[in-house]
Design a protein around this ligand. Sequence first.
Ligand code: CP
Length: 331
Amino acid sequence: MSLRHLRSIEEVPADELLGLLELTDHMVEVCRRPVPKVPALRGRTVLSLFFEDSTRTRLSFETAAKRLSADTMTFAASSSSVNKGESLRDTVETLDAMGVDAMVVRHRSSGVPWQLSRWTDAAVVNAGDGWHEHPTQALLDAYTIRVEHPAARVAATEGRLPLAGLHVGVIGDVKHSRVARSNVRCFTRLGAHVTLVAPSTLLPVSLAGWASSADVLAATADLDDVVPKLDVAYVLRMQLERQEQALVPTLREYTSRFGLTAERAERLPASSLILHPGPMNRGVEIAPDVADRPNAVITNQVANGVALRMAVLYRLLAADGSEGTGAADAL
Ligand code: CP
């Protein structure tokens, strides 16, 4: 089955989900070459269309496109004709007229990637839409767990779902997090159990539809109880810019109940991993020294993000991309 767009985890079929992770292995190998560049997307153009700030996602998509020899175009809302009142639709159709094969879009409003795909024939990749989804973050996180956690490595080599049997705690500001939504969908589809750990004010009203089935998702406000049971502690950024009112009494109290402190990190099982999507608020949701512990794989997430995004662009744009991991021969 071919992949036309990547707007949500839901629209990635099961075989594609596993295929993208396998293709990322090949892209990691490309990234390790002395000259990390292949001609796979020569003649294709990838546009970064960012209406919100980004460091990791925008630069890793642009790096990924260049490593595949695609041409890149960068749109920055702050220096564009959006400031003269140009609409989103006119902006997209203007850029489309320049000849674009893929649009990587980030926007503060949920649903914008679906709107875009009605206005352009280019492949649309969701790089974060409001509180809704951030699918490539979820895929690069799943990939990082698959290569870094010993049980996941065994599961993958035995042909089981790569996160089978793993318990992932998604800790913090779940309510405002597009990363949390995509990750719960992705991790549970890949075999994990997920526990959301947050105060009730930072949980959504309903978790219906969040997980592949209701029995693989739980929620608690007791981080100390759940910490010793976690294979992965996935710490979310406290998203103060998306909170219209104070949802926690003070940041200090939040940190004392929901922060991954050094004491809590010590109580994680020995083989457990610590992940964070970035950017981090060190000292709020994660203690400064915890982010630098050997089992914190936060920079691995960033490095894998380039390879994973190469795999996504390849699957969307390469003439033979629909042949999945057979692509290895072409790289
Ligand atoms: N994780 C993430 O989306 O980071 P950026 O906002 O820097 O892209």
